[in-house]
Structures are given as C-alpha cells and as structure tokens.
Design a protein around this ligand. Structure first.
Ligand code: SF4
Length: 280
C-alpha cells in the first residue's frame, strides 16, 4: 500500500492561535474556566480541555459572575460580548483574525447600503455571530437555486464563510451578476482553507482512496471530503483511527490522507500508524 499525505495537514494558523491562548489561560488560571461552546469543532481537543479543567457551556446563564470565559475561534456575537461584560466576566476572545476580518467587511457593506449575501451554512456558529454583527441584515445561501430566487437589487455585497468551497464561491459569484448593477465580491475564504482544498484536490486525483480526518461537525473537514468525492476518489471522513475499517482497503491501494484545520497531529499520526500496522 502506498500512503500519500496531503501537503497541508494539522492545525491552521487560526486554530493554533486559539488553542494556544486557551491552553495558556487554563494553565495559569486559579479559578474555574468556562468555554462558551466548543472552542473549535474537534471533539478530541475539547475532551483534552475538559480533562485540563475547562467547563464547556452553551449559555452565558451557566457561568457565574466574575468568572473567566473563553469564546470560540469561530467568532462571538457582539450581543453576547455585551452580556458577558454586564456579568463582569473576564473574556478570553479567541476569534480567528480571518473571522474578524469577515465581520469587518460585513459591517462595511451594511453601513454602505449593500444588499448582503453570505455564502455559508445557516446554523454554523461563524455565520450566527456574523449575522449578529449586521443585525441579521443579510441572506445566507448555499446553492445556485437560492441565488436565482434573489430579486433584482441596486447593489449587492457578496462574502463567504471562511471555510467554504472556493470553487462553489466562484460559481455563485458569477450567478449573482444577473441580480444587480453593482456587485462587490470579497473573497473571505481564508488562505488556510483554500490551500487545503487545492492540495486535497491534487491528491484525490492521484489515489484510489481518500481518508479525510476531522470532527464530524467541522465545516472545513466536510468540505475537503466533498471535494475528494467530487473528484471521484472513494472517500471516508473519520474523526479518529477507531472509525477506520480494515475492509475499506486493498494492499495495493494508493491511499491519500488529508485533515481538517482543527485536527491535531496526534489524531492524524494514530490513523497513519494504524494503516501501516495493517498493510506495511
Ligand atoms: S480555517 Fe481559516 S478562518 Fe478558520 S480558524 Fe483556521 S485560519 Fe481561521
């Protein structure tokens, strides 16, 4: 069996920054530290933080006054930040700089009267906090048919969730040209996402099977798996080595391995070791 690794693996810059910041604060904190939702979409990393003493909650109501709260890499709503300050919480804001940038662009478009269209997953935390920034003054789409339903607008601003598929974003941008006399497109898909997507596309062309490792709820990992499938490679999206099955493979297969931006190296290494144990 030949195992080929994608050129871009492991934590992206934003995830590394958020995880390091959370680790540092958990290590040095004297009291309990709360996480408002999972800091990143990777259950193994969240388990690690729980073991280190962090408590993951879904609502500010679950956090006692004057405690410390860590917010997600996917961004935090200004409303939530305001409520947290009212509770005198100490806030460790781990929002990725790329996510912050999208929020600034959306605020600019909103201020300048653009009809805002966002390419994104309607219930993804990044999109929910982005919508709060612009007081829900936008529509969120994920398909060409949703673009077709948009009525003619004087000016449209088009942005994307940071982890969306760059190839689909281009198609939707083109479709929006029919809907307005002025279209401003900001490519807000982050560099780490684009690089990973390009490298899995290349890899998927060379192999029989693709193993894409990452959280089931990780948007960027799901997108990588989608790209591999569209390329025709037999693709499995797994979270850990335990989900991998011996019968998926043949000793003469070429197997490509890729991972999402929030998958830690040790989870990736365990998958590679297991494959080598089976077929080396
Ligand atoms: S995938 Fe991009 S936007 Fe998301 S955390 Fe990583 S660098 Fe930031």
């Amino acid at each position: 069996m030949k195992i080929i690794l994608s050129k871009k693996m492991g934590f992206c810059f934003g995830v590394k920054k958020s995880v390091d910041l959370a680790k540092k604060n958990i290590e040095t904190s004297e009291g309990k530290i709360y996480m408002l939702g999972p800091i990143i979409n990777n259950p193994q990393v969240i388990e690690y933080f729980k073991k280190e003493g962090a408590k993951v909650v879904n609502d500010l109501d679950e956090i006692p006054e004057k405690s410390t709260v860590i917010t997600r890499a996917h961004g935090v709503s200004p409303l939530v930040l305001h409520q947290a300050l009212k509770k005198k919480l100490s806030i460790i804001n781990t929002t990725c700089p790329y996510v912050k940038k999208v929020q600034e662009i959306a605020a600019y478009l909103n201020k300048n009267g653009y009809y805002i269209v966002i390419f994104g997953d309607k219930i993804h935390p990044e999109i929910l906090s982005l919508l709060d920034v612009i007081h829900n003054n936008a529509i969120v789409v994920s398909t060409i048919s949703e673009i077709r339903e948009i009525s003619y607008q004087k000016k449209i601003g088009f942005i994307s969730q940071t982890t969306k598929n760059i190839y689909d974003f281009k198609k939707l941008s083109f479709a929006l040209l029919d809907k307005t006399e002025e279209l401003r497109v900001f490519n807000t898909i982050c560099k780490a996402t684009t690089e990973r997507q390009r490298s899995v596309l290349e890899l998927a062309k060379q192999v029989d099977i693709m193993i894409v490792i990452g959280g089931n709820k990780s948007a960027n990992t799901s997108r990588l798996a989608e790209i591999c499938q569209n390329q025709g490679a037999k693709t499995y999206h797994i979270e850990t080595k335990n989900q991998m099955k011996y019968e998926w493979f043949h000793p003469e297969d070429k197997v490509g391995i890729a991972s999402g931006a929030s998958t830690p190296d040790w989870v990736i290494n365990e998958v590679i070791m297991k494959l080598r144990d089976w077929y080396a």
